[in-house]
Design a protein around this ligand. Sequence first.
Ligand SMILES: *Cc1c(COP(=O)(O)O)cnc(C)c1O
Length: 386
Amino acid sequence: MIPITKPMLDEREADAARRVILSGWITQGPEVAAFEREFADAVGARYACAVSNCTTALHLALLAAGVGPGDEVVTVSHSFIATASCIRYCGAIPVFVDVCEDTFNMNPAQVEAAISPMTKAILCVHQMGMPCDLSSLAAIAARYSLPLIEDAACAIGSEIIWKGNWERIGKPHGDIACFSFHPRKIITTGDGGMITTKHKHWDDQVRTWRQHAMSVPDTVRHRSSRVVFESYPDLGFNYRMTDIQAAVGREQLTRVSEIVATRRRLAMRYQAALRDVPGLILPVEPEWARSNWQSFCIRLADDCDQRELMQSLLDRGIASRRGVMCAHRELAYRDKEPWRSFEPLSASERSQDRGVILPLYPQMTDNEQDSVISAIAQVLARDCVA
Ligand SMILES: *Cc1c(COP(=O)(O)O)cnc(C)c1O
């Protein structure tokens, strides 16, 4: 069986977890602090704050940006549902714009037109690790004095040309960026998230909120030789990462460059081998972007059936996934909570219905990849090409 993905974990991560467990301090503590510093260095950020996952990261990022009840946030529907749901956690209204079909990313041309007097922020996504058009989006955000929040859940190790230089996603190039360490992403801590920002007061704020908004953290109280009473001046959350997760994350972080290089090599191999297969449209990497290829999503021509191709692959022991979902089509959104879309979301819907995500993981052998490639060519030749 060829899986859709596989985390890269070995004795190093197991030893790191063991070391923390035997240390006697297992929740947010010194390992989290060290992971934050190392992560900030890795992406070129000033401030990094670890949290329980990327969904809670996005919730805190939106709150830090001042998003509240009745506000509008311009975003995409074509994303994992957490992107839109975080806006609703704030009592705010998602305003969906369409994507560009070649990159599956937010269409900047629609963003400006979707901005209203109620707009409080722009929430963009680096979908499947492909950097979105940050320079256009940052220019629009600046023109309207709106904060730009980056959902970088899948984008650890992806790069973009910024003022002439290659830089990693997460500096951040907007105001704040959120990462995920779910096993489906590039590196994993089981679950986990990271918030990077360029604003010190936003960093202070999310650090307080993630730990019940307590005035004096437990780590400080434990070290104190004087009795300290904490207070709770604000409504906070328990969005902490544990030290066990952070220790695993520190090991994972040392693997990012190697993982991304391998994923890019395999993605180029897919590109070369599938280029001339009829019935397929391949994903596009703009010349100003270097994707980590968290997912490699092909698009099918209109006469090929998505479910049939996926079933035929599965029958041959090859896992695949359909294109990224659209939140507005789910019952949790349809006919329910307030949201609006700027235009019909036809490119988003087509990307979900015509997209097929292929297996891609750093341990994938050339032989495994070749069997995926030949299976696709066979099935398409049989079912799609007249
Ligand atoms: C995975 C993902 C999330 C959610 O990340 P979690 O860490 O699982 O909460 C949010 N946005 C996007 C685009 C994702 O792919």
